[in-house]
Write a protein that binds this ligand. Structure first.
Ligand code: ADP
Ligand code: MG
Length: 253
């Protein structure tokens, strides 16, 4: 299945991408095209290569063969494309399972750091944007706290605001709610749902199947480093075709 149309160029184009960790072949001939505004959810068993796949998209992992173009910037195998890599890192936002906030910086400083350093914004512009984003994720009153003073759900919303402050063209999420207490999962998913509604292009690794079904335009199932199946949530959950997909769904639903 392809969602790409000729009128809309892909924001991500991965062709025959292969990634090895030593002798371990982690991604095997991955072809993936993502169009602007699309919300893609990646699911699969632990160790199947989901994190590695999205980490390749923002250049956190090198790959050994194939091509990868993100918003017109092409990364070559084995990291030989430093200019493209720099551009991609500023244009692709990422939210990790473990928040990864700077513990010694206040919430507001966590958010303003990159826009000031990388984009060259003035402090007042960066602070104004940060406050608007904190308001948007529902924690405007936490701006002067430090990460350790916040709940996990609040920290993850700061991480989201921090990524959005760079005005990314694409957002990657690697199990953003897996480290949260159950009562905090909803507030983070709500913020992501809003972002999807506003038209952000998003690639999300998650085990939240209800959320996936609701927000995804497309679901991709990874099995042992290969795309085993993909389709709309309706196709995917109601009529999975692949045996590995069926047994995975039987375990998690
Ligand atoms: P997932 O996110 O689906 O759980 P990962 O992409 O993290 O899977 O890992 C895929 C495979 O690659 C696993 O077998 C994992 O152990 C291995 N792997 C991941 N990162 C590294 C690394 N830095 N060095 C060596 N092996 C790794
Ligand atoms: Mg992972």
């Amino acid at each position: 299945m392809t969602v790409t149309t000729s009128s809309e160029p892909s924001i991500v184009r991965m062709q025959k991408l292969n990634k090895h960790f030593g002798s371990l072949h982690v991604l095997n001939d991955i072809d993936l095209e993502i169009t602007p505004g699309e919300v893609v959810v990646i699911i699969g068993a632990s160790g199947s290569g989901k994190s590695t796949l999205i980490r390749c998209i923002n250049g956190l992992e090198e790959f050994q063969s194939g091509t990868l173009t993100v918003d017109g910037n092409t990364l070559k195998p084995d990291g030989k494309s430093s200019k493209a890599l720099q551009t991609i890192r500023t244009e692709v936002g990422m939210v990790f399972q473990q928040f990864n906030l700077f513990p010694h910086l206040s919430v507001i400083d966590n958010i303003t750091l990159a826009p000031m350093k990388v984009r060259g914004w003035s402090r007042s512009d960066a602070v104004a944007t940060a406050k608007r984003l904190l308001d948007r994720v529902g924690i405007a009153d936490q701006a002067d706290k430090y990460p350790s003073q916040l709940s996990g759900g609040q920290q993850q919303r700061v991480a989201l605001a921090r990524a959005l402050a760079m005005e990314p063209r694409l957002m990657l999420f690697d199990e953003p709610t897996s480290a949260l207490d159950p009562e905090m999962i909803g507030e983070v998913l709500d913020a992501m749902r809003e972002l999807a509604k506003e038209g952000m292009t998003m690639v999300i690794v998650t085990h939240e199947m209800g959320f996936a079904r609701e927000v995804a335009d497309r679901i991709i199932f990874i099995h042992k480093g290969e795309i085993a199946e993909q389709g709309t949530p309706e196709e995917f959950f109601s009529a999975p075709k692949n045996d590995h997909t069926r047994s995975f769904l039987a375990r998690v639903l």
